[in-house]
Design a protein around this ligand. Structure first.
Ligand code: ADP
Ligand code: ADP
Ligand code: ZN
Length: 216
């Protein structure tokens, strides 16, 4: 099963992708996590990405497309994957279509999580992330069992620099300008399913599951 999670920053793409990945045993491929890991390891790509991420802007398409193409060649992708945070521009969507065509593959569903601006701002400013494993928390909706400590790996749970209010607003603008057009791109390809992202985490997952299991 090959899935794409689509939606504004803070919609819940990463949270749902993690649940899907576990439930269906397919890798969760988050370009944001890949850039944050690269940055932690101080690779040239990580350092390059940082200048864009800090401003809430997108890393250039050619960097992201190359990274994803390489990742999808990994053996763990043979049974499918859930893409989170990619594609984010029409250029990236076209690049992905080309990569898939080359391998005679196709996406099964693009899951678009609909969420209001008000909700995503609340979710992003309250989001906390494990600095080691990337687990996702929220100060009100989904706090770690011990404040500041990851439930899974016991490392520090922190606020991402780009989750501070100024950057959040710019990321929403960037989403509307550059990523929102993908909704029509995938609607035209008959791949889009829209999910109500205002519900709580488990209800959103239940709705996704209904869609995925209806087709089996
Ligand atoms: P995205 O990957 O789309 O940016 P995340 O999955 O990181 O979004 O979620 C953003 C924040 O909102 C996190 O703090 C997460 O815990 C919280 N969150 C995600 N989905 C829900 C939901 N359905 N209800 C309440 N909070 C949520
Ligand atoms: P969120 O889902 O909260 O927006 P991500 O972790 O997906 O956060 O992305 C964080 C940042 O990483 C983005 O603001 C952008 O700078 C960069 N990034 C991640 N994925 C992409 C992508 N597909 N194209 C360009 N930049 C990306
Ligand atoms: Zn952790």
């Amino acid at each position: 099963m090959k899935l794409i999670m689509l939606g504004p920053p803070g919609a819940g793409k990463g949270s749902q992708a993690k649940i899907i990945s576990k439930e269906y045993n397919i890798p969760h491929i988050s370009t944001g996590d890949m850039f944050r890991n690269a940055l932690r390891n101080e690779t040239p790509m990580g350092l390059k990405a940082k200048s864009f991420m800090d401003k809430g802007e997108l890393v250039p398409d050619e960097v992201v497309n190359g990274l994803v193409e390489e990742r999808l060649q990994n053996e763990d992708c043979l049974n499918g994957y859930v893409l989170d945070g990619y594609p984010r521009t029409v250029n990236q969507a076209e690049a992905l279509t080309m990569i898939l065509d080359k391998n005679n593959q196709s996406i099964d569903y693009v899951i678009s999580i609909d969420t209001s601006d008000k909700t995503v701002i609340k979710r992003l400013t309250g989001r906390r992330t494990c600095s080691n494993c990337g687990a996702i928390y929220h100060i009100d909706n989904n706090p770690p069992e011990v404040e500041g400590v990851c439930n899974f790996c016991q490392h520090d749970v922190i606020q991402r620099d780009d989750d501070k209010e100024d950057t959040v607003r710019n990321r929403l603008e960037v989403y509307k300008e550059q990523t929102q057009p993908l909704i029509n791109y995938y609607k035209d390809l008959n791949l889009l399913v829209e999910i109500d992202g205002e519900k709580d985490l488990s209800d959103v997952f239940a709705n996704i599951q209904e869609i995925l299991e209806a087709s089996e």
